[in-house]
Design a protein around this ligand. Structure first.
Ligand code: 2M8
Ligand code: MG
Ligand code: MG
Length: 262
C-alpha cells in the first residue's frame, strides 16, 4: 500500500492547520511501514517543515503535481533515472514559476487577479490564517501561482486564454491556482505509482485522500479514493461511485478513514 494525501482540510484541519487527531493512524502507518506521500498545493519548503513536525522522510508531491520529490537515500532505491534537485531526486511535470508569472503579470489587471507574488506576508496571513513564518514558506514558490479573482464570471475566459500559454487553472480550499497544462495531482499520482511499481517490481495498492476540487483527478487515479468532509460540512462532488466518505472533517476524518483502510 501507498498513501497519497492532500494536506489542507484533509491531513491538516482547515482552520488551524493542525494534525492533532491523527496520532493513532500515524503510528499504524509507521508500524506497517506504509509510504505516506503528501500530495498538495503547498511548496517544497512548507512540506519539508511539516515532514519534520510529523517525523517522516517520504517522497512528496508539491504545487498541485508540479513535481514529485524523492529523498536521495529513500529505501536504498536506485532512482538515478530521475533528475537531481535541491538534494532530492525529482520528476518535474510543471512549468517554471517564471513562465507562470509571465502569464499572470500580463493579464492580472485585465482579469482582476491577486496572486501570491503580489501579496505581502500580512496579506497571506489575513487570507489563510497561516502564521507569519508559514506564510513566508508559502511564498517560496517554484512552479505555480495561487490567486484570488474579483469576478468569478471571468474565470472561463481566463481558462481559455491560459491554455494558449500551456497553463491551466485548478482550485484548492481557498485559492485558484495557475498550473502547467501537463501537471495536476492525478498525473503526478499516476507517475509516482509507476515509480513505486518499478522499484518494488510489483503492483501497488494506492489510497488517495482529499477534500477539494483539485483532488478529484487524484481520486480518479488511485485504487481506493476517499473524500474527507470539508470545513463547510460538505463533500466535493466527484461522480465517483465507489468513493468512501469520512464522517468527520479534517484531521479527525483523516484518522477515521486511514484506520478503516490500512
Ligand atoms: C494555498 O493552497 C491551498 C490548498 O488547498 C488553497 O488553495 O487553499 C497554497 O498556496 C499553499 O502554499 C498555502 O500553504 C495554502 C494556505 O492556505 O494556500
Ligand atoms: Mg484540501
Ligand atoms: Mg495498482
Amino acid at each position: 500500500t501507498v498513501i497519497f494525501t492532500d494536506l489542507d482540510g484533509t491531513f491538516l484541519n482547515h482552520d488551524d492547520y493542525s494534525f492533532d487527531s491523527s496520532k493513532d493512524s500515524l503510528s499504524l502507518i509507521n508500524e506497517k511501514k506504509i509510504p505516506l506521500l503528501f500530495t498538495t498545493s503547498k511548496t517544497r519548503v512548507e512540506v519539508e517543515l511539516l515532514q519534520k513536525k510529523v517525523g517522516i522522510k517520504e517522497p512528496f508531491i508539491v504545487e498541485n503535481g508540479a513535481a514529485i520529490f524523492f529523498p536521495k537515500d529513500y529505501q536504498n532505491f536506485d532512482l538515478s533515472f530521475l533528475d537531481e534537485y535541491h538534494g532530492y531526486y525529482i520528476l518535474q511535470l510543471g512549468l517554471k514559476y517564471k513562465q507562470v508569472l509571465n502569464f499572470y503579470n500580463k493579464y492580472k489587471s485585465e482579469f482582476g487577479l491577486l496572486g501570491f507574488s503580489d501579496m505581502n506576508i500580512d496579506d497571506i496571513v489575513k487570507y489563510t490564517g497561516l502564521s507569519e513564518d508559514d506564510a513566508k514558506l508559502s511564498k517560496q514558490r517554484d512552479f505555480t501561482e495561487p490567486f484570488l479573482i474579483e469576478d468569478k464570471t471571468k474565470l472561463k475566459n481566463l481558462k481559455n486564454l491560459a491554455l494558449t500559454y500551456n497553463i491551466k487553472i485548478t482550485k484548492g480550499g481557498r485559492f485558484y491556482h495557475l498550473i502547467g497544462e501537463f501537471q495536476d495531482k492525478g498525473i503526478a499520482v499516476k507517475k509516482a505509482e509507476k515509480i513505486f511499481e518499478k522499484i518494488y517490481n510489483d503492483d501497488i495498492n494506492s489510497i488517495g485522500l482529499g477534500d477539494g476540487p483539485n483532488d478529484i483527478v487524484m481520486f480518479e487515479n488511485v485504487d481506493i479514493p476517499i473524500v474527507i468532509k470539508n470545513h463547510k460540512g460538505k463533500y466535493v462532488d466527484t461522480k465517483i461511485k465507489n468513493i468512501q466518505k469520512s464522517e468527520f472533517e479534517g484531521s479527525k476524518g483523516w484518522n477515521e478513514m486511514v484506520l478503516k483502510n490500512v
